[in-house]
Design a protein. Sequence first.
Length: 307
Amino acid sequence: MADVFVGIDVSKAYLDVAVDGASKVTRHGNDNAGRSELATRLKAARLVVVEATGGYELDLVRALQAAGAAVAVVNPRRIRDFARASGRLAKTDRIDALAIAQFARAMRPAQTPRIEDGRMALAGLVARRRQVIDMAVAEENRLEHAAPALAGMIHEHIAQLKDQLAGIDVAIALAIDADAALQARRAILESVPGVGQVTAAVLIAELPELGAIDDKKIAALVGVAPVAHDSGTMRGQRHIAGGRGSVRCALYMAALSAVRFNPTIKAFHRRLRDNGKRPKVALVAAMRKLIILLNTLVRRNQIWKPA
């Protein structure tokens, strides 16, 4: 199978498998037996491509990688665009599997890395995720003034970056799944309304001190503790400063969600706004309260529960 390209359409219950150049599509259960059978059968394939499906693909990717198979996880939208460009307008599990197999041979996406070393590998993946997003944003900005002849190339690069991002997200999930301690920490962090997968991954990878130091220190480490600007009798306005920028950015996005959906943070933020605090001041205070809450939960090894 040295030159065989395989596409797998993943659903919650089934795995539909197609080999490029063949018309037959086989169906396997998305369970331990089905994944084990596929891993044995496909370990010598040139490349196995699966779509990112929000988590249903993770156990399959893990099984394939454990067997030594070359696996790439790609953005489903890229597959859809490729299928339309190839004249495949209908959509069934069988047709999707065939389209993925064709995509595998034509586009040869990069392999999703196999995770071996817990937190260090996770930190590298999180950093790479941030870099890819920055590149995609830069390309989106360039589109505004790009000549028509260049716009196509920019769109192609953006699509490639989105493919890479999908693979990185799967690799991050696998890195955390491979370490019981990281799994436990992720469960605690994601139990808090407002904290999603990306924020949890950033905190795990780039804030290992979480739960191990006191609340004032963790706020200062992130960069959400007000810094005094006083001299003699003059009392200057307090501003946040320093800290880990990447962690603060992730916490900012989490706080935007938390002030809407987390009852504790929402009530705190509303109280500050009702007392006349400016929006940015209130949001930074919410960020500080959120990181202190997370610090407390991790220290106590406790899942969040509404008051």
